[in-house]
Ligand binder design. Sequence first.
Ligand code: HEC
Length: 183
Amino acid sequence: MARGKKSYGFAFFLLFFAVVLGAGCGGGSQNKIINQDLDMQASDFECIKNWEYIAPYYLTNKLGADNLAETLKVANSPNGGTFPPGTIIQLLPMEAMVKRIKGWSPETNDWEFFALAITGTTTTIITRGKAETRNFAKMNCFDCHSKAAPQWDFVCGQNHGCDPFPANDQFIQGLQNTDTRCP
Ligand code: HEC
């Protein structure tokens, strides 16, 4: 009896390690984030509908599969998180947020803001930069987006603390449908 009890205990001991190590390694699903820079050129922008749709915005990551997986993990998390380098988010065809290499701009959490113009299949960068960047209506991106609570990494969404966007989802979808770069 004593012997039987002992091996039972040992089985639990092994199970304990399997669980702890399994959890510690993320069950093999841990993403290997590449900390590289993404210096977008006008011709690197494309039809936003080629990307993942996390309603109401589109997003992608140009630095490989693991970075994209992490981008999606953060976007889908109910608790937010920090987007990895290479992330591009667009709600509208003419505005973009791009995550640069760590340390590029601590004030904006390394986001670079873009105002874009689209003519046919051609994208032109009107302006790009850090906290000083303004949109097509001369409004400052950072002023609005920095009001998002810290765990949302400057993503406003509908209830992250930014001033509300004066447009409903239908209007936004209408603007998304004006992306003439799409096939
Ligand atoms: C007047 C405030 C305001 C300004 C100025 C502004 N935004 Fe936003 N932006 C918002 C709000 C609010 C949302 C969320 C809209 C929604 O989901 O309904 C948003 C959404 C976005 C999104 C989708 C992800 C998210 O945060 O929800 C991106 C990308 C974005 N804006 C980029 C920009 C860029 C780039 C600029 C400047 C060129 C800019 N915005 C200027 C308020 C603003």
